[in-house]
Write a protein that binds this ligand. Structure first.
Ligand SMILES: C[S@@+](CC[C@H](N)C(=O)[O-])C[C@H]1O[C@@H](n2cnc3c(N)ncnc32)[C@H](O)[C@@H]1O
Length: 332
């Protein structure tokens, strides 16, 4: 296992720390922070350093990432629990560890630099590798199986919906022609097929022509959106009053799910014409970000992986403060 720390700069690190601090600093009380996407442990290490009374529960579905994070977080081993799990398993993980409520939760979605840069994982269109793309290499279907076995309508739907790819049908046709001849097994061959399927003028805009197809296949292989749809409400349920959640999304589909999950709990579910909330109908979240926050130009210049990030954050409203009739927005 090589030294990877220097290759990965945690995205929007200072902003995440500022947002989480009020939830994790509770005087003498020990607080619990969940890093649902531990990766190489960059955000987790900074949280542990900043909050000596915080216990970390770190999840990742990628065992290689967990091994790197474990080595990195060794100095904090007495207050760290690292778990190989998909983040929608959070309730079971917390139950096993005996934590009923948590104070902080961070989701830094998507792939890690470890996964993107690995020569053998197949996530990157820019390097040749077997078409795997599983974040958890111990289970599930690979991208090679998706590309070589899906029926045309299913493949087109995956590319159109998860990749927001206008030329989905053309790319599918090209994949089907190729696989009738010989199976598609490498990321370089797939990238080439996609590039050739896209009309020349369109190739010149919007980054690498295969970017959207690779994103779509990764989302499909890892069931990413379904896991997020389940995991976010579960994480919000686990937050203690005053607890905070921060979510970093990297494409519009993730950000849309995040926005909806937070908005649903930041508004009243009671009748609109009543001046006061009925018990149990008030908002349970206060939004800490007005819309999605974007990275600064300086951050993107220093860390190109931050370019597409959208940050949203919210705080669980203290019990008994849900009676005011308002949308709660606060920037801090
Ligand atoms: C962008 S990286 C996180 C980087 C991390 N914040 C850091 O500072 O090193 C995202 C990580 O989340 C993991 N991941 C993605 N989806 C997941 C899921 N559904 N359940 C658990 N882990 C997931 C990936 O394996 C990857 O290691």
């Amino acid at each position: 296992m090589g030294e990877l720390r220097g290759t990965h700069v945690p995205v929007l690190l200072e902003r995440c720390l500022t947002l989480l601090a009020p939830a994790l600093d509770r005087g003498d009380r020990t607080t619990v922070h969940v890093d649902a996407t531990l990766g190489l442990g960059g955000h987790a290490e900074a949280v542990l350093r900043a909050h000596p009374r915080t216990v970390l529960v770190g999840l990742d579905r990628d065992q290689e990432a967990l091994a790197h994070a474990r080595a990195r977080l060794e100095p904090f081993a007495d207050r760290v629990h690292l778990v190989h799990a998909v983040y929608d398993e959070l309730p079971q993980v917390l139950d096993r560890l005996g934590y009923e409520r948590v104070d902080g939760v961070l989701f830094d979605l998507g792939v890690s630099s470890l996964q993107l840069d690995a020569p053998d994982r197949g996530f990157a269109y820019s390097r040749d590798a077997p078409l795997d793309m599983r974040m958890d290499q111990t289970r599930g279907r690979t991208a090679e199986e998706v590309v070589n076995t899906y029926e045309a309508p299913d493949l087109t739907r995956v590319l159109r919906v998860y990749g927001e790819e206008k030329f989905a049908a053309r790319i599918t046709a090209s994949i089907l022609r190729e696989r009738a001849r010989t199976p598609i097994t490498s990321s370089a061959r797939l990238a080439e097929l996609v590039r050739d399927a896209i009309p020349a003028p369109a190739r010149r805009t919007g980054g690498h022509p295969a970017k959207r197809t690779f994103q779509a296949l990764r989302i499909e292989v890892n069931g990413e959106l379904a896991a997020l749809e389940t995991a976010l409400p579960a994480a919000l349920d686990a937050l203690a009053p005053g607890g905070r959640v921060v979510i970093l999304s990297y494409h519009s589909l993730e950000d849309r799910i995040t926005k909806r999950a937070l908005a649903a709990r930041a508004r009243s579910t009671g009748p609109v014409d009543l001046p006061v909330e009925l018990p149990g109908t008030g908002p349970t979240l206060r939004l800490l970000s007005r819309g999605a926050e974007l990275p600064s130009d300086e951050e993107v210049a220093e860390n190109p992986r931050a370019a597409s990030v959208r940050l949203r954050a919210a705080a669980r409203i203290e019990e008994g403060r849900g009676h005011e009739r308002r949308w709660a927005h606060e920037r801090q």
